[in-house]
Design a protein around this ligand. Structure first.
Ligand code: NAP
Ligand code: COA
Length: 269
């Protein structure tokens, strides 16, 4: 099946958490443009209304409500609302997250807990609450992790711990739910342009240029890059893929590529 054909997800229902903006809203748009009905949640009712209105203005099938992923009952209620509106759920994206730069020695216990609660506990809540509502066999679940889940990073102890937890949760749920035909994967984006995440992590043009220079591909990715990866994972083309963390990251985990490139070395040698 061609996952990029406009009908690739026709008739499918997708639930997306943390999808009022940025990468996850981009995934929602990618799914909806291929025919899926999408149900979005985030904390802010206003942001969800705006996101849903934007998708509907394109003629797409979208609905949503406010729900904080830290509140399991609220996530359960949202999942039920999604099922009642659109039917059993085929695709789940758990992507709500919080981030800020902070040195561990100056970070309050509540700051650490807040990020772990949103990212890791929130992901368990979303995937667990989806379980009774899944259209299985064939359901595709995915979480949005980050390079911090495998690579330690300065000022990111809270995020590294939370995303590493998501990576392991992905593998455990893939093992436990695989015999019911449920696939569980994660996407690990690199730095993505025009997102809140990068506004927080590389806040100045200088920091942005320095980061780009360290990447193998020397540039930020786009929300469409991540949406296309999610589309593949959601499709039948990925029917034998489970328990995997897919990197879509410009090579950020390979190490610092800003040292002399092979071409530069050849010129100077
Ligand atoms: P974003 O636009 O701020 O997206 C975060 C979303 O989560 C928003 O819709 C936010 O909406 C929602 N949210 C936050 N706390 C929530 C909560 N407690 N309950 C429910 N929803 C909540 O940021 P982004 O940069 O696109 O990041 C999206 C995902 O990609 C995150 O998982 C992030 O870790 C990951 N990621 C991003 C990058 C990057 O370059 N940006 C790189 C690697 C990984 P409300 O404010 O309305 O709640
Ligand atoms: N540095 C250090 N600590 C910080 C901080 C920062 N920049 N921002 C918040 N905190 C601390 C707070 O001081 C508080 O700890 P305290 O009670 O000991 O003072 C704790 O974190 C919780 O802050 P609060 O503002 O109450 O949390 P919230 O639940 O309203 O918001 C955040 C969650 C902090 C993650 C907020 O930044 C957010 O809403 N983020 C969502 C958007 C986002 O981060 N997008 C990028 C995703 S990659």
């Amino acid at each position: 099946m061609d996952v990029f054909n406009p009908d690739a997800l026709r008739g499918k229902v997708a639930f997306l958490a943390g999808a009022s903006s940025g990468i996850n809203l981009g995934i929602a748009a990618g799914f909806a443009r291929r025919g899926a009905a999408v149900f979005l949640i985030s904390r802010s009712a206003e942001k969800i209304e705006a996101a849903v209105a934007g998708l509907r203005a394109e003629g797409l099938k979208a609905h949503g409500m406010a729900a904080d992923v830290r509140d399991f009952a609220a996530v359960e209620a949202a999942m039920l609302a999604a099922r009642e509106r659109f039917g059993p759920i085929d695709i789940v994206v758990s992507g709500a997250a919080g981030n800020f730069l902070a040195p561990a020695a100056a970070m309050s216990a509540n700051a650490f807990k807040t990020v772990v609660d949103i990212d890791l506990l929130g992901t368990f809540h979303v995937l667990r609450a989806s379980y009774p509502h899944l259209n299985k066999p064939g359901a595709a679940l995915m979480s949005i992790t980050a390079p911090q889940g495998t690579n330690s990073m300065m000022l990111q102890a809270h995020v590294c711990a939370a995303k590493a937890g998501i990576n392991m949760l992905t593998k455990c749920l893939a093992m436990e739910w695989g015999n019911e035909g449920i696939r569980v994967n994660a996407i690990s984006p690199g730095p993505i342009a025009d997102t809140e995440g990068m506004r927080r992590l590389a806040a100045t043009p200088e920091a942005e240029q320095a980061l780009k220079g360290r990447l193998a591909l020397r540039d930020y990715g786009t929300t469409t890059d991540i949406a296309d990866t999610a589309l593949f994972l959601a499709s039948d083309s990925a029917r034998y893929i489970t328990g995997t963390i897919i990197d879509c990251d410009g090579g950020i985990k390979l190490g610092d590529a800003s040292t002399m490139s092979a071409q530069e070395y050849a010129l100077k040698a």
